[in-house]
Design a protein around this ligand. Structure first.
Ligand code: UDP
Ligand code: MN
Length: 261
C-alpha cells in the first residue's frame, strides 16, 4: 500500500550503513510497503546515492530548518538534537500509517503484519519491561501529534536523554491500557536477551523477525572477511549474537557493497 511505509533515520555515514542493510533486508523479505529514510545533513553524497537505490524516499531532515516549532524546541533543548530528528517521523503526513525502525535493526523475516497494529505499538524494553523499546514502533503520522510531541519534549525533556524517554512519557499508558499494543519480543529482539535469559533465547530465538543491535557496539564497528565469511574485531564485548552479526554483514557484503560503484 502506497500510504504505508517503513521509516528509519540516519544522521551520519555510520548509521547510513545500518539504514542500507535494514532497507535491503526489508526488500529481501519482499515487503509491499514504501521505504523511507530520513537523513541528516552530514550524510555524504556517496551514502545518499546508495540509499536512493534502496529506499523509495530519501528525505533530508534538518531540524533547524523544519518549521518554527521544531526550531524553537531545538533552541531550548540543544541536547536533544537526534531525538528531535527521530520525532520528525510524525511529520511524514503523506503516509497514513508507518513503522519506525532504528538503523541498527535487521529484518530476518517479512514483518508487514505490523501494519495491522495501532499507534503506539512497540515491544517491551529488555532493561525495563514497563517501558517500550523505541527501536521498533507503529505510529500514525500527524501534524497535531508532531506538534504535541515537540512541545512535550521541550517542556519535560527526556528522562533518559533520548527519544525512548520522551516517547514513553508521552505514550505513558502503553504498559497498562491495551495488550494489542505490546509487540511480541521477536519483533525487536536485542542481543542483551541472549545473555540475560539464555534458555528463552534458546527456546524462542529462532522465531526472531527483527534483530536490534542496541548498545554501544554496532555491526559496522566490526570488520568482515568476506572470503572466510567471518566477523573480526573486538567480538569479546559480545553485545551481538555472532550469527545475527554474520547475517548483517552478509547482507552488507552481498547486496549493499555492489551498489557502491
Ligand atoms: N541515530 C542516528 N545518529 C546518531 C544516533 C542515532 O541516526 O548519531 C538514529 C539511528 O536510527 C539509531 C537511532 O537513532 O538507530 C537510535 O540510536 P541507537 O540505535 O544508537 O540507540 P540504541 O538502540 O543503541 O539505544
Ligand atoms: Mn537502536
Amino acid at each position: 500500500m502506497a500510504d504505508q511505509a517503513f521509516v528509519t533515520l540516519a544522521t551520519n555515514d555510520n548509521y547510513a550503513k545500518g539504514a542500507m542493510v535494514l532497507g535491503q533486508s526489508l526488500r529481501n523479505h519482499k515487503t509491499s510497503k514504501q521505504l523511507v529514510v530520513m537523513i541528516g545533513p552530514y550524510v555524504s553524497d556517496p551514502s545518499r546515492a546508495v540509499l536512493r537505490q534502496i529506499y523509495d524516499e530519501v528525505r533530508l531532515v534538518d531540524v533547524l530548518d523544519s518549521g518554527d516549532r521544531a526550531h524553537l524546541a531545538m533552541m531550548k533543548r540543544p541536547d536533544l538534537g537526534v531525538t528531535f530528528t527521530k520525532l520528525h517521523c510524525w511529520a511524514l503526513t503523506h503516509y497514513s500509517k508507518c513503522v519506525f525502525m532504528d538503523a541498527d535493526t535487521l529484518v530476518v523475516s517479512n514483518v508487514d503484519e505490523l501494519f495491522d497494529r495501532e499507534e503506539l505499538s512497540a515491544a517491551p524494553d529488555p532493561g525495563w519491561p514497563d517501558c517500550f523499546n523505541s527501536g521498533v514502533f507503529v505510529f500514525r503520522p500527524s501534524k497535531e501529534t508532531y506538534d504535541k510531541l515537540l512541545q512535550f519534549c521541550t517542556e519535560h525533556g527526556s528522562f533518559d536523554g533520548g527519544d525512548q524517554g520522551v516517547l514513553n512519557a508521552f505514550f505513558s499508558d502503553w504498559a497498562t491500557t491495551d495488550i494489542n499494543k505490546h509487540l511480541p519480543f521477536i519483533y525487536n529482539l536485542s542481543s542483551v536477551a541472549i545473555y540475560t535469559y539464555a534458555p528463552a533465547f534458546k527456546q524462542f530465538g529462532s522465531n526472531a523477525k527483527v534483530v536490534h543491535f542496541l548498545g554501544n557496539t554496532k555491526p559496522w564497528s566490526y570488520t568482515f572477511d568476506p572470503k572466510a565469511r567471518s566477523v573480526r574485531g573486538d567480538v569479546q564485548e559480545a553485545s551481538s549474537n555472532p550469527s545475527f552479526l554474520l547475517e548483517w554483514w552478509t547482507v552488507y557484503a552481498s547486496s549493499v557493497v555492489p551498489m557502491m560503484n
